[in-house]
Design a binder for this molecule. Structure first.
Ligand SMILES: CC(C)(COP(=O)(O)OP(=O)(O)OC[C@H]1O[C@@H](n2cnc3c(N)ncnc32)[C@H](O)[C@@H]1OP(=O)(O)O)[C@@H](O)C(=O)NCCC(=O)NCCS
Length: 317
């Protein structure tokens, strides 16, 4: 589709137009409404939209991560009436053109939930390497009731993002926690390098480690509280392994932290490696009697593709 569609950089002023592209993404759990303004004001980001007859119909953001070596693609949204007509590819071409003069960039990273139809697309898979996959659990719970069902506080210890990044030096521990050599946070996947600390901080995570973790046993969790259109979502990234009793106690601490923030039900999204026994987590949530939601997301896959600087030449015409 090239008839009268223009691609341009987007800004804070485009907030409403971008929100209007698609209000149904992720079943009311879309993070863009609460993150767009931050992205638009952040010098690490570049935001792009497609416009047709004055109407904004597609959006994508890009952030330079991994010390500037990777373009992390964020929040692709194309209006329902215009999907499948090459608009995302049009945005991508412009982005690649704009970054082609940056010699540092050598890869493009993206992530796709099972709800995204292109995940099975042959041409997408031919370009993109699957780096790793995470299982996603989706529950809702009333925090106050859930706290009553759990009684024991965890011994897990909260650490700062600086302390978390210091752990990157411990190779053995990194292999144990992150066999794919990447940490995933709110669907970003980042290399385990100190330069990524600001990208981790940007999500304001609450990070916990269980006792004995430095001896490569137990777990590390990254918790994010995100305002979503249907209320509040608690994202819990679980790394390592644990018996469910330890995790249960830990979940209690997380819920205590969220209790003061809302009286609404909380949407709990927990992610874990496919290598961690997912039944441990299912058993835990069943015991706490959380409402199991239909989980269309199922898994989240993380991809990387090579960046082709020659794109600038091919799009000159
Ligand atoms: C996913 C979505 C952005 C794709 O936009 P689109 O304009 O329909 O896609 P296009 O027609 O430009 O292109 C499809 C091509 O892009 C590729 N593609 C689709 N999504 C991609 C992604 N996230 N990353 C990289 N490539 C992608 C496809 O493989 C396909 O390639 P092909 O034409 O060579 O087969 C759009 O369907 C959408 O807004 N969906 C709802 C929101 C959503 O799920 N967003 C993704 C969040 S991770």
């Amino acid at each position: 589709m090239d008839d009268g569609v223009i691609v341009r950089r987007a800004s804070v002023e485009d907030y409403n137009a971008v929100m209007d592209i698609n209000k149904h993404v992720y079943f009311g759990l879309d993070y863009i409404p609460s993150q767009y303004l931050d992205m638009a004001q952040d010098p690490d980001f570049a935001l792009y939209v497609c416009e047709h007859e004055g109407k904004v119909i597609a959006f994508e953001a890009v952030c330079e991560v991994n010390g500037g070596h990777t373009l992390m693609m964020r929040s692709a949204r194309v209006h329902q009436d215009y999907q499948g007509r090459g608009l995302l590819l049009k945005l991508r071409k412009q982005i690649e053109k704009d970054f082609s003069r940056n010699p540092l960039v050598h890869s493009i990273a993206s992530s796709l939930a099972a709800t995204v139809k292109y995940r099975e697309n042959a041409s997408f898979l031919a370009k993109n390497t699957l780096m790793f996959e995470r299982v996603l659990f989706y529950h809702t719970c009333n925090i106050h009731e859930a706290i009553e069902k759990t009684t024991v506080k965890s011994n897990a210890q909260q650490i700062s993002s600086q302390e978390f990044c210091n752990l990157f030096e411990n190779e053995k521990l990194m292999k144990y926690l992150f066999p794919w050599q990447r940490v995933a946070i709110n669907s970003w996947h980042l290399r385990l390098i100190a330069e990524n600390r600001r990208h981790i901080d940007r999500q304001k995570p609450v990070i916990f480690i269980s006792q004995g973790l430095e001896q490569c046993g137990g777990f590390l969790t990254l918790g994010l509280v995100i305002r979503v259109p249907v209320g509040l979502a608690l994202h819990l990234e679980i790394y390592g392994s644990s018996d469910d009793t330890e995790l249960e106690k830990h979940l209690y601490s997380q819920m205590l932290a969220v209790r003061g923030l809302t009286s609404e039900k909380v949407h709990l999204m927990s992610y874990c490696e496919t290598t961690l026994e997912p039944s441990v987590i299912s058993k835990l949530y069943a015991r706490l009697e959380f409402d199991v939601m239909d989980n269309p997301f199922r898994t989240l896959q993380f991809f990387e593709e090579d960046f082709h600087p020659d794109v600038a030449e091919s799009t000159k015409s």
